[in-house]
Design a protein around this ligand. Structure first.
Ligand SMILES: Cc1cc2nc3c(=O)[nH]c(=O)nc-3n(C[C@H](O)[C@H](O)[C@H](O)COP(=O)(O)O)c2cc1C
Length: 186
């Protein structure tokens, strides 16, 4: 089983999403034999913004190939300014590629990357659940769910840690998400 582990947080060892994504990978690796893990740290080694020239680089092709050949993709991300970190967007720009992971047909778009499992550890400083005042500003979970579904992936699990910017709530939110992460391989 090939696990592609993507981290994006700029917060280093103080990152909630890194803790949760690491726990999900650990739990899966403990349950399965013959696991290959590729860890891509996009905060440490960011992919540049997409340009026409960037489409063809070896680095871009490699990022796409890693995604295409992965059985499980585990992503750690915080919400930055209501959406995903730009480091993650740059990676998504390498993998959401017409003719590779989706195509347009006469009857609409068709995903070509089905059959994978995607697990997303998503840390948000505040709260964005439906019915809350900031719900309309939630463009991280909705975007990621939509983007992976567009590529034909139906097995998408979000491990949320919400309220990480509120000191009284932070630890419990992270612990709760870590517990969910520990159960991903069950
Ligand atoms: C640049 C920046 C922008 C942020 N924007 C938001 C935001 O729009 N909404 C929110 O709820 N939290 C926001 N936060 C808080 C993060 O979502 C929160 O700290 C989260 O835990 C970050 O993930 P990490 O702990 O894995 O780094 C922001 C944090 C940073 C550093």
């Amino acid at each position: 089983m090939k696990i592609l582990h993507i981290d994006t947080s700029i917060n280093g060892t103080n990152s909630a999403s890194r803790r949760i994504s690491a726990e999900a990978v650990r739990a899966m690796a403990a349950r399965h034999d013959d696991v290959e893990i590729i860890h891509r740290d996009l905060a440490e080694a960011p992919l540049p913004h997409l340009t026409l020239a960037e489409f063809g680089t070896e680095e871009s092709q490699q990022a796409l190939a890693e995604f295409q050949t992965a059985d499980v993709v585990v992503i750690g991300a915080g919400m930055y300014n209501f959406t995903v970190p730009s480091q993650l967007k740059s990676w998504l720009d390498r993998i959401i590629v017409s003719g590779k992971t989706f195509r347009y047909t006469e009857t609409g778009p068709e995903g070509l990357a089905g059959g994978k499992r995607v697990i997303i550890a998503l840390a948000r400083g505040g709260f964005y659940a439906q019915g809350t005042p900031a719900a309309g500003l939630e463009h991280a979970e909705t975007y990621l769910r939509g983007a992976f579904a567009f590529m034909g992936i139906s097995d998408i699990q979000i491990l949320n840690a919400d309220g990480t910017s509120i000191p009284e709530m932070r630890d419990a939110a992270i612990r709760h998400a870590e517990q969910k992460a520990a159960a991903v391989a069950a």
